[in-house]
Design a protein around this ligand. Structure first.
Ligand SMILES: [Zn+2]
Length: 339
């Protein structure tokens, strides 16, 4: 097993340099070709991690002092969306309406300086109907973590959008993360990590299915919300799964261990009213999954927005919060995570 872990390590190291090249060339590569490239590198990874993905059993333990979920619920269920492109933007209302029909609410994370402009009317529609709006990266071009200096400049811009949009949550593009740098953001929570996902370009999972606290150097805190179910794009477009069985299997496992089932779904890739195109999957995969959750866990799950989970964790774990905080030292208290 150890040998496979090392193989995985070197494999990722090589990928790191390939990715630098990939980001530079990405705008010129059609989306279908991008998923085909990812399929090629994902296949050996799937074999290497066949015993630990999507379920890595060592991630199941609740953190010390974990208070349990509110009102006796046995686990939390959280839906989030990252809106990558104009195509995704145009589908947000339809996705929200699908969820409302089935009794769900979710968060939509928008890119402030990407290829589309987020209409104020859409943000208002979402807020008025009980959805949450968050910030997704700044430009979504792979440059956010180039250096500490550029990150600091970008963080100032992100903070402006957080305020303007009345948002409290953030997620980086491509799940890149540096929890130390992220303390520059005036957020209640960040959601740029995952419990275990070897298919991501920065594959260092936090190895927990619970929220955890990240302390800033001024003593304030933000909450980290890792995603714990595979992303829709990973399952259906990169790995070419023909159905949502892996979502259900992982959900059942997270529910059995009282964790947080947090999923990322991209409206960009969900074919809502037509046959799925080459970089899309049928909306039925998502709809069927929501129906499954409602039917099987209707009374057991806490159906919550990410900001509700973060606020609950902050209050019950008595974490200090400050609207402004930037500095250098940060303590990460997530189980299994190395800062
Ligand atoms: Zn994204």
């Amino acid at each position: 097993m150890l040998r496979f872990v090392f193989q995985g390590h070197y494999y990722h190291l090589g990928l790191h340099y390939l990715l630098v090249l990939y980001y530079a060339l990405k705008p010129a590569i059609p989306q279908t070709a991008r998923f085909a490239l990812r399929y090629c590198y994902a296949l050996p990874l799937r074999w290497i991690f066949r015993g630990s993905w999507p379920i890595r059993k060592t991630s199941q333990g609740a953190p010390k002092g974990w208070p349990g979920w509110p009102n006796g619920h046995s686990f939390a269920f959280v839906l989030t969306h990252d809106v990558e492109s104009r195509k995704g933007l145009d589908r947000c209302r339809a996705v929200a309406e699908l969820e409302m029909r089935l009794g769900f609410r979710s968060s939509f994370n928008f890119v402030p300086e990407g290829e589309y402009e987020t209409p104020a009317a859409l943000r208002l529609f979402l807020a008025e109907h009980g959805f949450e709006v968050g910030v997704h990266d700044l430009r979504h071009d792979g440059t956010l973590y180039r250096s500490a200096e550029t990150f600091e400049n970008d963080a100032r811009r992100i903070n402006r959008y957080l305020k303007e949009w009345n948002a409290v949550g953030f997620r980086s593009a491509f799940m890149r993360h540096n929890l130390r740098w992220l303390q520059k953001l005036n957020v209640l929570y960040d959601a740029s990590t995952f419990d275990h996902d070897p298919f991501e370009p920065q594959p260092d999972g936090v190895h927990t299915i619970f929220p955890f606290a990240v302390s800033r150097s001024d003593g304030s805190t933000y909450v980290e919300l890792p995603y714990t179910l595979p992303q829709d794009s990973t399952l259906f477009l990169v790995l070419r799964e023909a159905g949502n069985e892996l979502w259900k299997r992982k959900l059942d496992w997270v529910a059995a261990h009282g964790g947080m089932a947090l999923v990322i779904v991209h409206p960009d890739y969900m074919a809502l009213d037509a046959t799925a195109g080459s970089a899309e999957y049928p909306a039925e995969f998502y709809e069927d999954f929501l129906k499954y959750v409602r039917k099987r866990y209707g009374s057991k799950a806490w159906f919550a927005l990410p900001r509700d989970v973060a606020e609950y964790a902050r209050r019950r774990m008595r974490l200090p919060l400050s609207p402004t905080a930037p500095s250098s030292a940060v303590t990460v208290r997530g189980p299994g995570h190395q800062a």
